[in-house]
Design a protein. Structure first.
Lengths: 234, 234
């Protein structure tokens, strides 16, 4: 059974959190976004899913299962492919971390789209500037301080001795934040050094290193979650 | 073992989704928010949690486990107390629904706080009016249409024959939306009748009916997730 990842083309987006888990676990998968006419195929499939319909992409098809919601897909991959502990304590802890990462990612998105996802950035620039100031000055320090302290306490990975899907997602958040807010991140990383260390440990894993060099890894741009608008950086 | 729910006092908030699951399953629990000095106790406990620290309340203490993130707490309660199917297909489906409800709830919150949670509503009223218009006209029809169609297809409960934690959460979203946006909801419910039917089915369950009449059920107000500001209603 080859898994299928269904997501928008042209951006890493939320699909990237799933890609990193698939890549690190060495799972064979078909990435529809990289195929000719990927968006049209994806939209048609989204409409065709009647049994457990996704509200939005990404969704993963694994045999008879269709699973949507990024954190839920990672819960599945974690359980079936060794990307999360088996114990109850470990399972719920890693999922709690992932849902907190999901909250952070939503806040990062909404900083450039505080009024509506259906409007262009230019139609909400003033509001974006206000919201992003709060993101940079209040929310990022709070979230990054939280994850940094956990890494410092647990020594290496968020859940202790072994990498989990939450570590892979936090790596991608660091990549995205460095792209979107290079000035703000330079300052923040001075006092949150565990995050950079986690980033580097993930980047060096052989399968991740190979993936990052491949065409399968898509660059950030101003259509995605993490956008670099210089006027929004410190 | 008596479970403990740790959350802010004075609002239903995100703690309410957990309360409804605990109440429907007939689980004995201590609700710290209803105790004298609940907020101070909660903040002290939040600081004291070093092993699996919550980023924010609510969190549930169940024996040795401390579990945070509303959807994650419900995943736990669903698995341990019969509020979700046992099959993989059913488990991931119900969690997918819950995470979609969580996204909706975050959008409802951000409609009255589009700039920052740390600012008062009065300091972001103009932006709130813009964002809430999109919520009422685009997002609520999309989300409510999605859940309504699933209920129509599955006949009764979101996941088929038996109630799950996602049904309890959707009940509370309907209560909250009717409180916050009575005008908008009167119109929306005319074309989404399954949602009102689900609401009534949940409200009639004996344990839920008893809970709703009790002092343990807290009213909505303008400090919570669901706020009634007449200027934001249609």
């Amino acid at each position: 059974m080859t898994y299928e990842l269904w997501y928008w083309s042209g951006i890493p987006g939320r699909g990237e959190f799933v890609r990193l888990a698939l890549e690190d676990a060495g799972i064979a998968y078909r990435d529809i976004a990289l195929e000719e006419g990927g968006d049209e195929k994806m939209m048609a499939q989204l409409k065709a899913e009647k049994h457990t319909p996704p509200f939005a992409p990404p969704f993963l098809k694994a045999g008879k299962l269709t699973i949507a919601q990024t954190a839920n897909i990672l819960l599945f991959l974690g359980e079936k492919h060794g990307l999360a502990p088996k114990s109850d304590a470990g399972r719920y802890w890693v999922h709690q971390l992932q849902l907190t990462i999901a909250d952070l990612v939503a806040e990062i998105h909404d900083a450039h789209h505080p009024i509506a996802g259906s409007l262009y950035y230019k139609d909400q620039k003033h509001e974006a500037a206000r919201r992003t100031k709060h993101l940079r000055e209040e929310r990022l320090p709070k979230y990054l301080g939280y994850f940094d302290a956990i890494l410092a306490r647990n020594g290496g990975w968020l859940a202790g001795k072994r990498l989990t899907y939450a570590d892979l997602s936090l790596f991608h958040v660091m990549e995205g934040l460095r792209y979107a807010f290079p000035n703000a991140m330079r300052k923040l990383e001075k006092t949150h050094r565990e995050l950079g260390a986690l980033h580097d440990r993930v980047a060096k894993r052989p399968r991740i290193a190979a993936y990052l060099k491949s065409d399968r890894r898509q660059p950030f741009n101003e259509d995605g979650l993490f956008r670099h608008y210089p006027e929004l950086d410190a």
